[in-house]
Design a protein around this ligand. Structure first.
Ligand code: ATP
Ligand code: MG
Length: 360
């Protein structure tokens, strides 16, 4: 196994709010990104995904813990961003709207590689556009960002990130604002960058279906904590945390390839709102919504249990020899999980079935 390019070790990020309050947005986050591998970071809104990405990109200093690039904590900002690039959800936000595509890309090339020669710059700009399938590049290089479609703009953003020749790309919901019809193209582009350039990728999404399509490993966040992770197939086929199980069972059918936040979290919403991060529940943050909650779940955060094959989970069930309770609750028994929530959930299980019937 190769060495991680970028690592978070026990990272916490707290934001002060009001006079004394603190938002505990991320706690105890440990994550390693490897060359040629895509990790999907999955979780509902407010679970801390963007905050973690920003800490990884060194836009925020961590409150505690460390972020290591090639095993080192140091390196200046410029040097750091030659290796680590963050792609946001909204491609508008990351391009200079007053300048043409050419300028936006040239700037990155100049800044990070001190390329000055005009012809060399032009060649590299066209080359970058072709790599993200904006072809023929000559048709795009003189356009302003507002003259492009959303998908084309996001490709330019990716081209600009690539101009830097990074080792790591952090994509914060990079496809969620794009038209459904081009999302698959974008995922394929990311997969190509992993395979051809050996990039290490973090793919942030609330959508299990796209994570399942693209990634090698999945890490699930809930209310600021990583609760489960491991190789994609294993996590999806055998989720070992009640929340992951709920996420997977309430996710839309992957065949539809749709990333619809409402659809994905229908089941979760029926279990109530995610907890406040100013006053998070003690112990396991999921315990107020968990049908398996035991006294220890309210008292202390569950330690990590290694489940073999790189699969791990933070859940007291594994520490108390009750893992079987979860394993035996299969899809058919999912209504029991939902019924444990505060709201009644008529036909929740049937809704999943309906999704599969869609189509001609
Ligand atoms: N700068 C900030 N100051 C105070 N609180 C913040 C700040 N940034 C994020 N938060 C809080 O931290 C928590 C995590 O937010 P974050 O944006 O990381 O979640 P997310 O998982 O990316 O959500 P989404 O799916 O909606 O993008 C939220 O409670 C949010 O309100
Ligand atoms: Mg976010």
């Amino acid at each position: 196994m190769s060495e991680p390019v970028l690592e978070a070790r026990d990272v916490a990020k707290h934001f002060p709010v009001g006079r004394r309050g603190v938002v505990r947005a991320v706690e105890d986050a440990t994550l390693a990104l490897l060359p040629g591998r895509i990790v999907a970071l999955v979780g509902e809104s407010g679970s801390g995904k963007t905050t973690l990405a920003r800490v990884l990109a060194r836009f925020y200093p961590p409150t505690s813990g460390e972020v290591l690039l090639h095993g080192r904590a140091g390196t200046g900002r410029r040097g750091y961003h030659s290796d680590v690039q963050l792609i946001f959800q909204d491609p508008f936000g990351s391009l200079n709207p007053l300048h043409r595509v050419r300028y936006n890309l040239e700037r990155a090339l100049r800044l990070h590689h001190r390329t000055r020669d005009r012809r060399e710059l032009e060649r590299q700009v066209l080359d970058l556009l072709e790599r993200v399938s904006l072809s023929p590049a000559g048709d795009f290089v003189d356009k302003f960002p507002h003259e492009l479609s959303g998908g084309q703009r996001q490709r330019v953003v990716i081209a600009r990130a690539l101009a830097v020749r990074p080792k790591v790309l952090l994509g914060d919901e990079p496809i969620s604002m794009l038209d459904v019809s081009i999302r698959l193209d974008m995922l394929n582009l990311l997969a190509r960058l992993r395979d051809e350039d050996g990039l290490a990728l973090l793919y942030i999404t609330h959508d299990i279906a796209s994570a399942r399509y693209l990634c090698d490993d999945i890490v699930v966040m809930y209310a600021g904590r990583m609760i489960e992770g491991g190789p994609k197939e294993d996590v999806i086929a055998r989720p070992r945390h009640p929340y992951t199980k709920l996420l997977i069972e309430s996710s839309p059918d992957p065949g539809r390839g749709e990333d619809d936040r409402a659809a994905l979290f229908d089941g979760a919403d029926e279990l109530g709102e995610p907890p406040s991060l100013v006053n998070p529940p003690a112990g396991c943050r999921f315990h107020p919504r968990c049908p398996f909650a035991m006294p220890e779940c309210e008292q202390s955060p569950p330690p990590r249990t290694d489940l073999g094959g790189g699969h791990w989970a933070h859940c007291w069930l594994h520490q108390k020899g009750r893992a079987g309770d979860l394993a035996s609750t299969t899809h058919a028994a999912a209504p029991a999980l939902r019924a444990a929530g505060p709201a009644d959930a008529p036909g929740a299980a049937d809704d999943c079935g309906d999704g599969k019937e869609e189509g001609p």
